[in-house]
Design a protein around this ligand. Structure first.
Ligand code: 13P
Ligand code: SF4
Length: 301
């Protein structure tokens, strides 16, 4: 931790001076997550907490679509993303024109869009969802078919749970698509007492091998209940690191995959963002109303 002390002290001082808050996703490294973040959580919690914050500046320790969501909900605040390279394979998989083409091909079918998407895609959508509320949002529409984009695996996992037909898009999370059922079975054989928790961005065949599937916050809650001494989190590596710091009695089995985008956010990058007030995230004016409506409908549902 001594390595980080200088940056941490500087960031704490800059936060005060700039009237800034730092929102950190569960996939941020422990020195960010535990030492400088004001608000921590999954995509849903970060979107909720971003609403009406008492601050002038929001620094998103997460990826670009999360910063855009924070900006949609806080148009009057300055929103910073410490690295412009913090993207997302899901958000990059689809454009607004792709959504318009899906609507033309399936007239009248509602579009449910995972928050892991750009503001232009959100603006074409009826409602957003996250992995924490996808099932509830889809069921709340009271229809038999939905267009669920861009995560094919999340859509197929929700279809399995709800029986509602999904028209999908071939977007995948580059972190979760790499897990395989064989890999999970091998880890279970070596650790027969382990509880396996898989994120719903994993392929359905992988989720089928798990004892539990849920968002990163749902995984944290599961671990906090203390019912299992050994857990395997089938997700991004920093999840286990962050939970291990708060739950020393739990043994984390660690086959994990790194998200290169989340890892672009570092203490020096956050310090630089607060020193230079870069990189500011803005939403083109013609996308603000539509994007905000889709996110607010989700939060109100
Ligand atoms: P949640 O934290 O909402 O489960 O999302 C996981 C993720 O991959 C975010 O990029
Ligand atoms: Fe995107 Fe997957 Fe990285 Fe999350 S973990 S930001 S879904 S690539």
């Amino acid at each position: 931790w001594a390595l980080f002390a200088d940056d941490i002290a500087a960031i704490l001082e800059l936060k005060r001076r700039r009237r800034a808050v730092i929102l950190a996703h569960n996939y941020q490294t422990p020195e960010i997550f535990h030492c400088i973040a004001d608000i921590r959580g999954d995509s849903l919690a970060l979107a909720r907490e971003a609403q009406g914050l008492d601050a002038e500046v929001i620094v998103m320790a997460g990826v670009h679509f999360m910063a855009e969501t924070a900006k949609l909900l806080n148009p009057e605040k300055t929103v910073l993303i410490p690295s412009l390279q913090a993207g997302c394979s899901l958000a990059d998989s689809i454009t607004a024109e792709n959504v318009r083409a899906l609507r033309r091909a399936h007239p009248g079918v509602p579009v449910v869009t995972y928050v892991n998407s750009s503001a232009e895609v959100k603006a074409e959508s009826d409602i957003c969802c996250t992995s924490a509320n996808a099932r509830r949002i889809v069921e709340s529409l009271g229809v038999e078919r939905v267009i669920m984009i861009p995560d094919e695996f999340l859509a197929r996992n929700v279809q399995k749970e709800t029986g509602i037909e999904m028209i999908t898009w071939a977007g995948h999370c580059e972190v979760h698509e790499r897990f395989t059922p064989g890999e999970i079975r091998a880890w279970r054989e070596e650790n027969p007492d382990v509880a396996v928790l898989a994120h719903p961005e994993c392929p359905p065949e992988v989720v089928a091998e798990a004892d539990f599937s849920g968002s990163t916050a749902a995984m944290s809650d599961f671990v906090a209940r203390g019912t299992h001494r050994k857990v395997l989190l089938v997700t991004e590596c920093s999840m286990s690191d962050n939970l291990a710091a708060s739950h020393p009695a739990v043994d984390f089995v660690r086959p994990c995959n790194l998200c290169p985008h989340m890892k672009r956010i570092t203490l020096p990058a956050i310090r630089r963002a607060l020193e230079t007030m870069g990189h500011e995230v803005t939403i083109p004016p013609h996308l603000v109303a539509g994007g905000r409506r889709a996110v607010e409908r989700m939060l109100a549902a």
